[in-house]
Design a protein around this ligand. Structure first.
Ligand code: NZQ
Ligand code: ZN
Length: 392
């Protein structure tokens, strides 16, 4: 096991109707907030009015900024920074999925900073100050409700880049599983795939003596798959949503990766798809993950046998490890298909034309220099093109 330090300040407030106390939770920190949200979904569901009511009852003034798009854009982040500065706002409330929370994190970084907030995403430097933020989660998927990351798309140059700092974890996040009942089927599937990917990016490792986190990863993956099956039949099943939502937070709050090298190649390859083709993150991961597995498993076949047997339920057999691995990957792919997710680039409407460009962007390849991606197996741009081809 590797050395590690772990801290996660996000207070999780979980359960039915908990969003109705958001005003009183914020009041000790601020009298005025930026109320940040996406499109129409929170207005249609009535959540918008409940938030407005709770803030007003607690005497918290709300300045609104809606319009966050999936794959959140830097231009709206700039608008949020300007608005907070003009209005003297020091607290941001994000109400939505990962895109809204990530946009809020970027605004929180940008307001107290003299330079361009995009600097953080490019240089990865740590901030001296960040505004406080909180979230009401409407889509369990990204784990952004308690993760230290924000992923923003800069329309100029079609760049989608992530940034991490313990300082951008929300102060608190409210998770009421009932708020997920209005999600369309494809967003449910995208979210399930994303949280599974967050676990698998940590699980596949060459670090040894990681029994505890291996076991946590395996059982969290199984809980997600079991409850996803229930949601397919019954999309308003509170208990299944509760399990999924809790698992989604655990998947990306940092716990499952402690003491082990992590991979993250699938996420980086997916971000290139989203940056150019604006595909949904979870759908892109469903395409990239099985192909990545087929390309890299020989680096540590035992790790993939463990996955196939302990997670995908393939029968163990000492003499046929490759068959076991292939069956495990096939079962994962079939699970994604059963949720209605795409598993090929063609299904996403992506052809060969940009494969080399995306692979080179993923490794920041310029003038023969590149930074390979992937902790499990290092991937150079030529490897990435091969994986994209496998995914066609
Ligand atoms: O905009 P509205 O109208 O709210 O609709 C949204 C949006 O169209 C809709 N939605 C959300 N909650 C709903 C709902 N519709 C009905 N009922 C509800 N309760 O869902 C659509 C997608 O929302 P979005 O926030 O984009 O999805 P998600 O939560 O999957 O976030 C994806 C973004 O997060 C990034 C991804 O790359 C992508 O940009 N990630 C962030 C991470 C982090 N910060 O830690 C880690 C992840 O790996 C990921 O990269
Ligand atoms: Zn993700």
């Amino acid at each position: 096991m590797n050395h590690f330090e772990y801290e996660n300040r996000t207070r999780i407030i979980f359960g039915k109707e908990r969003h109705q106390i958001v005003g009183e939770l914020i009041k000790p920190f601020a009298d005025k907030v930026l109320f940040h949200y996406g499109g129409e979904s929170i207005k249609k569901s009535g959540l918008y009015h409940e938030v407005v009511k709770s803030l007003a009852a607690a005497g918290v003034e709300a300045v609104e900024l809606g319009g966050v798009k999936p794959n959140p854009r830097l231009s709206l982040v700039y608008e949020g920074i300007r608005l907070c500065r003009e209005q003297g706002i020091r607290f941001i409330l994000a109400v939505g999925g990962g895109s809204v929370i990530d946009s809020a994190k970027a605004i929180a970084l940008g307001v107290p900073y003299d330079g361009d907030v995009w600097d953080y995403y490019l240089t990865k430097k740590q901030p001296e100050q960040v505004l406080d933020l909180a979230a009401i989660l409407t889509l369990p998927a990204t784990g952004s409700e308690s993760s230290d990351s924000s992923v923003i798309t800069n329309e100029e140059g079609q760049l989608k880049v992530g940034y991490s700092s313990y300082r951008i974890r929300p102060l608190f996040s409210i998770m009421n599983p009932e708020l997920f009942y209005t999600l369309p089927e494809n967003q449910v599937a995208n979210g399930i795939c994303d949280m599974m990917s967050h676990i698998m990016e940590r699980y596949f490792t060459n670090t040894t003596h990681t029994d505890l986190t291996d076991g946590l990863c395996e059982s969290t993956l199984k809980v997600i798959m079991k409850n996803a099956e229930i949601l397919k039949r019954d999309s308003r099943n509170y208990d299944a949503w509760a399990e999924i939502a809790f698992a989604g937070t655990i998947a990306h709050n940092g716990l499952l990766g402690l003491g082990r090298d992590q991979d993250w190649a699938c996420h980086k390859m997916e971000h290139e798809l989203s940056a150019i083709y604006d595909v949904a993150h979870g759908a892109g991961l469903a395409v990239m993950t099985p192909s990545w597995m087929r390309y890299v498993y020989k680096t540590n076949t035992n790790m993939f046998v463990q996955f196939a047997v302990n997670v995908m339920g393939v029968e163990a057999s000492f003499r046929e490890p490759e068959c076991i691995v292939r069956e495990g990957i096939d079962r994962l792919e079939r699970f994604f298909v059963s949720l209605g997710l795409p598993v090929t680039l063609t299904e996403l409407g992506i052809d060969e034309i940009n494969l080399e460009r995306m692979a080179k962007k993923a490794t920041w390849c310029k003038e023969g220099e590149e930074t390979p991606i992937g902790g499990f197996q290092k991937l150079f741009w030529k490897d990435i093109v091969e994986i994209y081809r496998l995914a066609m």
